[in-house]
Ligand binder design. Structure first.
Ligand SMILES: NC(=O)C1=CN([C@@H]2O[C@H](COP(=O)(O)OP(=O)(O)OC[C@H]3O[C@@H](n4cnc5c(N)ncnc54)[C@H](O)[C@@H]3O)[C@@H](O)[C@H]2O)C=CC1
Ligand SMILES: O=C(O)[C@H]1O[C@H](OP(=O)(O)OP(=O)(O)OC[C@H]2O[C@@H](n3ccc(=O)[nH]c3=O)[C@H](O)[C@@H]2O)[C@H](O)[C@@H](O)[C@@H]1O
Length: 435
């Protein structure tokens, strides 16, 4: 099929490259010329495992040519179905900011004026229940002069991929959700996903309406974020009683009603989605006069963890004028994304204490430099630890899990672990946040 994907961010670029790999012809539209040029050169604009190889295979010189990028919306005219993968950030009050989605939908509609055959538009972005039906569909229909359900089909297909494993997650999903308010659109969405369903060995395909599809995404993220927060709440109790939460979590996870995943306690959740999506669904609930006590509590626990980590540091060392190493800046391993990373409140706390901060991350340094141009950045862990008075582990990169004699370079080897990823050993003072 001929597909267009609007937005070349973490989701848009990943699904555009994967759909090309699955045999579709895909044009990826973005307003950022640099991103477009990068893709057309056969390179990945973001750091994701396997993405660079896939883009090289389908875009750029000597590729299959099944993937192209452009800034020109007119290119949607040669396609049958468009995915909208635009950002849905939070307003200051936490509610969803739909301005970018609306701008994209309007631009799409204006372009579709020139198309005579039916076109399908699928919202891939995370949007609060009712957005597709009440905002996006009427906007595309009005600006495009289309009749909804007739020459325009609008659907909603939430995305569950994780950053750091985006390609693998997209190609091998736990479920595919196809939300549409008419059968023709849902059927066409099914055709787009047919090669993926076949390659992924038949994952469950949930066919539903757009509002339910939208809510399934929020429910998923709210549940996972709350699960981590509950693990952190329990972990904080464990710490006060000298109990190792990781041993407790391992045992809890043996109960198949609970499962071990997302019970890793520590610094809590960051990233581009859990924080904004929990805030958006809380705000959406409040707009209907429901105050969502569980989700508010999950957010409160999460917001407190960096402060508890800094309290732990204060217990061991007065950071003023001391050299403090921060290992890990990305919000999780496997990505260069620093949106809502826990490293920010930790570094803010260190700066507030008058510490000399020296930070390390395998891939996220350049992104962090914009935010903190004045702290020191080390090109290796050894360099970061050299003469340090304490080390704070913020992101659980694999390369930190094997650290050993590197700690001998420290002035005082105080190692505080926010992610349960450092091996305790003789000669270092080690303390974990919840164990
Ligand atoms: N990042 C993730 O892991 C996941 C994100 N989502 C959701 O997917 C949506 C997109 O998220 P990301 O890919 O992370 O966003 P992103 O911020 O990485 O990328 C968005 C892209 O859209 C482009 N853009 C902005 N306005 C445009 C316009 N009018 N026309 C064309 N392009 C435009 C930007 O230049 C940027 O490249 C959000 O709703 C997010 O909640 C869902 C699942 C996973
Ligand atoms: O909507 C989204 O954008 C995505 O949000 C999350 O994916 P992501 O944010 O990429 O990463 P996760 O692996 O879920 O981690 C999120 C945060 O929780 C933290 N976390 C995760 C698991 C855990 O046990 N403990 C824990 O603190 C991570 O360190 C990270 O800061 C969801 O897992 C995806 O299904 C969803 O598509």
């Amino acid at each position: 099929m001929q597909l267009s994907v609007v937005g070349s961010g973490y989701v848009g670029t990943t699904i555009a490259a994967c759909f090309a790999d699955l045999g579709h012809n895909v044009v990826n539209i973005d307003i950022d010329q640099e991103i477009v040029d990068t893709i057309n050169d056969g390179e990945a604009p973001i750091h994701e495992d396997g993405l660079a190889e896939m883009i090289a295979k389908h875009a750029g010189p000597e590729s299959t040519g099944r993937l192209r990028a452009t800034t020109d919306y007119e290119e949607v005219l040669n396609t049958e179905l468009t995915f909208l993968c635009l950002p849905t950030p939070a307003n200051d009050d936490g509610s969803i900011d739909l301005s970018i989605m609306k701008a994209g939908a309007e631009q799409l509609g204006e372009t579709l004026v020139e198309k005579n055959e039916r076109h399908n538009v699928v919202v891939k972005s995370t949007v609060v229940p009712g957005t597709t039906e009440d905002t996006i569909a009427p906007l595309v229909a009005e600006t495009g002069g289309k009749r909804l359900g007739d020459d325009l089909g609008v659907g909603m297909n939430p995305e569950f991929l994780r950053e750091g494993s985006a390609v693998a997650d997209f190609l091998d999903p736990d479920k595919v959700v196809l939300g549409a308010d008419d059968d023709r659109t849902r059927e066409q969405m099914g055709n787009v996903f047919a090669p993926l369903v076949e390659r992924a060995d038949d994952p469950p395909v949930v066919e539903t309406a757009t509002r339910e599809a939208e809510m399934m995404k929020y429910a998923n993220n709210a549940f996972l974020a709350s699960k981590v927060s509950l693990a952190n709440d329990l972990g904080n109790i464990c710490k006060e009683h000298g109990v190792d939460m990781y041993e407790v979590a391992d045992a809890m996870g043996l109960d198949e009603r609970i499962a071990r995943s997302f019970l890793n306690s520590g610094l809590g959740w960051g990233g581009s989605c859990f924080p904004k999506d929990t805030a958006a669904i809380i705000a959406a609930a409040e707009s209907k006069r429901y105050d969502a006590p569980m989700l508010n509590a999950a957010t409160e626990v999460n917001d407190r963890q960096p402060q508890r980590f800094l309290d732990l540091l204060d217990k061991h060392v007065d950071a003023e004028g001391k050299r403090i190493a921060v290992l890990g800046l990305a919000f999780k391993p496997g990505t260069d994304d620093i949106r809502n990373t826990r490293a920010v409140p930790v570094i803010d706390g260190l700066i507030h204490r008058g510490a000399d901060v020296i930070a390390h991350d395998p891939v996220a340094v350049e992104n962090m430099r914009d935010r903190y141009p004045d702290i020191e950045y080390a090109s290796s862990v050894s360099e970061a630890l050299e003469d340090a008075n304490a080390c704070l582990v913020v992101t659980d990169w694999d390369q930190y899990k094997v650290l050993d004699e590197e700690f001998d370079r420290m002035e005082t080897p105080i190692v505080l672990d926010g992610r349960h990823c450092i091996n305790r050993r003789e000669g270092i003072t080690y303390e974990g946040l919840t164990w």
